[in-house]
Ligand binder design. Sequence first.
Ligand SMILES: Nc1ncnc2c1ncn2[C@@H]1O[C@H](COP(=O)(O)OP(=O)(O)OP(=O)(O)O)[C@@H](O)[C@H]1O
Ligand SMILES: [Mg+2]
Length: 353
Amino acid sequence: MNKYSHLRHYGLAVVACGVALALARPLDAPSSCFLLAIIVSGLFGGRGPGLLAVGFSAIAFNFLFLPSPLSISSPSSSYFRFGVFVITALTTNQLIEAKRRIEESRRRIDETLTKTQARLSRATQIATVAEFAASIAHEISQPLSAVVANGQACLQWLSAEQPNLTNARVAAERIIRDGKDAGEVVRHIRALFKKSAPEKVALSVNEVIEEVLSLIHKETVRKRVAIETDLETELPPTLGDRVQLQQVIFNLLLNGIEAMETLANRPKKLHIRSKLQRSDTILVEIRDYGTGLADSEKVFEAFYTTKERGMGMGLSICRSIVEAHGGRLGITPSQGPGTTFFFTLPLVSRLLT
Ligand SMILES: Nc1ncnc2c1ncn2[C@@H]1O[C@H](COP(=O)(O)OP(=O)(O)OP(=O)(O)O)[C@@H](O)[C@H]1O
Ligand SMILES: [Mg+2]
């Protein structure tokens, strides 16, 4: 706290006591007026200004509101009145101070919680990246091996006694194609994980869904999960951070895939639907045919997880992202097995009006 704000707080105590002094006699309520001044000083100024108000009030009470200022010859009733006033004033100041301390520590706890949550959300992203790192590495290493093989073939065609330019050209073309493939994979990964600051732009939700689906395509093939889409064509744009919305869809799809991991008696299927709900909101639904929710009340709570390696942060992060976009994330009652999550997003037109 700087010097100026210290002065302001002590000034407040002086002003509050002055006002109490001015009102005490007309209202014939010195104790109440001074106690009020002490409360105001302690509440807005802190311990020091509160004690200053107690001191001022005690002096004013002694000189102006007792029948005569305290002296050796004062009756015991005056000592008693003064004593009760001072004890009440000090106790009030202590209580106000205790209240301030409790509020201060609650504020610190809230701050720490917010920071921890931010750190954990980053940790979840990293965990998710780690989970997909193997399949990403696989995706990149395939075109790179092809580039090397085609490069060697190209060299052979060129270094033959009679160079075969046609075959060398075909090999070179393959190198370019595979190089582009690898570049595309890298571009996707960067789009999904690189940015950290939210950047809202007008975007098509269907495009975001398609981008995430293409990123997890290999994974769904590997896990034999069929993807069904029902995306409303000509959906108007919404205003959002592309990477954050990708993260929401990604997390919901991942949860769906994980919920079907142990499924043996029915096909593994994820159904993604987008549509216009009323005239101003986009609705996205993601349905799986997995185990269903163990506890639908708790799933959005941070740290709630039923998975051995889960952090229980996915859905709570999704919910805060969707709400920061002016939408809602929730559960649609499912017909049949599995779980359906939905989220809504406002249209750009609604946000601009
Ligand atoms: N599609 C689903 N089907 C069944 N249960 C689900 C589904 N999605 C979420 N859950 C339940 O909700 C819990 C919380 O999900 P959440 O995504 O927040 O955390 P998590 O998946 O356990 O861990 P992580 O932080 O790695 O995402 C899960 O552990 C699971 O029990
Ligand atoms: Mg999850």
